[in-house]
Ligand binder design. Structure first.
Ligand code: MG
Length: 258
């Protein structure tokens, strides 16, 4: 009889302690649930097969076939050359090319290449650039061993922010930019309310980490903001200054972040 009582007591104690533990877990789960957010669910997006490929929700601006998404900056037909393999190359003097569509904040993927045979130096070697909203330039330049002012080398927010590192590949090799651009906001009187920002990965390496934009880029003098609409086209620069050093492009896609 004594044995039975001891055994029953044991079972009761085990049951009670298991129950207490379960109840403690339930209570913790209830507390944790208070900071869980379940809705709305982020849209499901199919990534490209490689990180360079456009994901399912991107707007493809150039895929090697045509320049339908572009025109010449200032008006007219985009005059850059599409090679047999789909590579798009600057034609000196044909002008910069601008998107037909306007964009505000966005994620942009773009691949570019300096010519394998380099002829010039400094700012004359494979100079182009991505001009967000036509005003804020992420510099494209052969900066593999080419010396120039560092706030004007590849990956610079031109004359505003020096890249954190130089991730440039050899001339002739394809390179990627993955750029997150946050458009500036303006008060009704035209003064800047929230400055714009850039995060840039060059060949997958962080070169601009959420830096502030100081204003419209300037070759000479300080940058100052000029109020503009919340969406504008961006352009790729025909900046083959001396000729003989044209930049090529491929695989350009954008994800508006509105
Ligand atoms: Mg440039």
């Amino acid at each position: 009889m004594k044995k039975i009582i001891v055994a029953l007591l044991g079972v009761t104690l085990i049951t009670t302690s298991a129950f207490a533990q379960q109840s403690r877990e339930d209570s913790l789960n209830r507390e944790a649930a208070k900071t869980e957010i379940w809705e709305p669910k982020p849209t499901k997006v199919e990534p490209g097969k490689t990180p360079s490929d456009a994901p399912s929700d991107a707007i493809v601006l150039y895929n090697g076939k045509n320049l339908d998404a572009w025109h010449r900056l200032g008006g007219g037909k985009a005059g850059w050359k599409i090679e047999k393999d789909g590579t798009l190359t600057v034609v000196k003097g044909s002008g910069s090319i601008e998107t037909n569509q306007s964009f505000g904040s966005c994620q942009l993927h773009i691949e570019w290449r300096s010519p394998a045979i380099i002829k010039q130096s400094g700012q004359y070697r494979a100079n182009s650039g991505v001009f967000f909203m036509g005003k804020y330039e992420i510099q494209i330049l052969d900066s593999y061993t080419n010396q120039t002012y560092v706030n004007g080398q590849a990956g610079a927010l031109y004359k505003q922010h020096i890249p954190l590192v130089n991730a440039t590949k050899k001339p002739g090799e394809w390179q990627t930019y993955d750029i997150i651009f946050t458009a500036p906001q303006f008060y009704a009187d035209g003064k800047v309310q929230v400055p714009g920002r850039f995060t840039v990965l060059h060949n997958g390496v962080l070169v601009q980490n959420n830096v502030d934009i100081k204003g419209t880029i300037q070759w000479i003098g300080p940058s100052v903001y000029e109020a503009h609409p919340s969406k504008l086209p961006f352009y790729l620069q025909d900046h083959d200054l001396d000729g003989g050093s044209p930049v090529s492009f491929r695989n350009i896609w954008i994800r508006p972040l509105d």
